[in-house]
Design a protein around this ligand. Structure first.
Ligand code: ATP
Length: 192
């Protein structure tokens, strides 16, 4: 059964930090594929700096390019909002009974997993692939049998930094894949 790692994010915009993790997980673990799951706009959160769902999805697709092991997913766009990971997992399990799903998350998210809806159910039912983040202590949960700690490269890049550069008219070349950079250069996203 194909094993798919789900990497959730707002990807506002996607950057090489995300893609390096996705590629690491798709090629250096037992995961067969990685899906970058674009989270929709949370109606409860301020929308000021969040680009529209389809723009972010488009940038993720541009950023991945032609890679059979990594793909973008818009599965949460049509699910009730705000989307909870456990509900998305249940939906995917039913829709794709011939696949096994796992989660990919940073050590910061592992440390705060107890705040997630039905987190015990997530830990019991799904493998979790965790990559380390700078100066984050993984804590006791790292020893859970479902948790796999991965030594992926750490990059100190965030979407917040990229948005701020664009707003100030600074170049984000090489921080995002070339196709994403070209798209951002030619458009108005994140400019104000
Ligand atoms: P923002 O700066 O807008 O909060 P972000 O760059 O952290 O965005 P998200 O879309 O929130 O991006 O990221 C999705 C997931 O990727 C999150 O779990 C986040 O912790 C992780 N992530 C973000 N940047 C990196 C990075 N440089 N290396 C590894 N993981 C990252």
């Amino acid at each position: 059964m194909a094993k798919i790692g789900l990497f959730f994010g707002s990807f506002n915009p996607v950057h090489i930090g995300h893609l390096i993790i996705a590629n690491f997980m798709a090629t250096q673990t037992d995961l067969d594929k990685v899906w970058l799951v674009v989270s929709p706009q949370n109606p409860l959160k301020p929308k000021k700096t969040l680009a529209r769902d389809h723009d972010r999805l488009h940038l993720v697709r541009l950023g991945i390019g032609d890679n059979p092991k990594i793909q973008a997913s818009n599965v949460e766009f049509d699910l009730p909002k705000p989307s909870y990971t456990i509900d998305t997992l249940a939906f995917l399990k039913e829709k794709y009974p011939d696949r096994e799903f796992a989660l990919i998350m940073g050590g910061d998210n592992l440390a705060s997993l107890h705040l997630w809806k039905n987190y015990e159910q997530i830990l019991e039912g799904y493998d979790i692939y965790v990559y380390k983040r700078p100066s984050v202590d993984l804590g006791d949960r790292a020893a859970h049998p479902r948790v796999h700690i991965c030594e992926a490269p750490m990059l100190d890049i965030s979407a917040t930094y990229i948005r701020e550069c664009i707003r100030q008219g600074k170049s984000v070349r090489y921080l995002v894949p070339d196709a994403v950079w070209e798209y951002l250069e030619s458009g108005t996203l994140y400019r104000q």
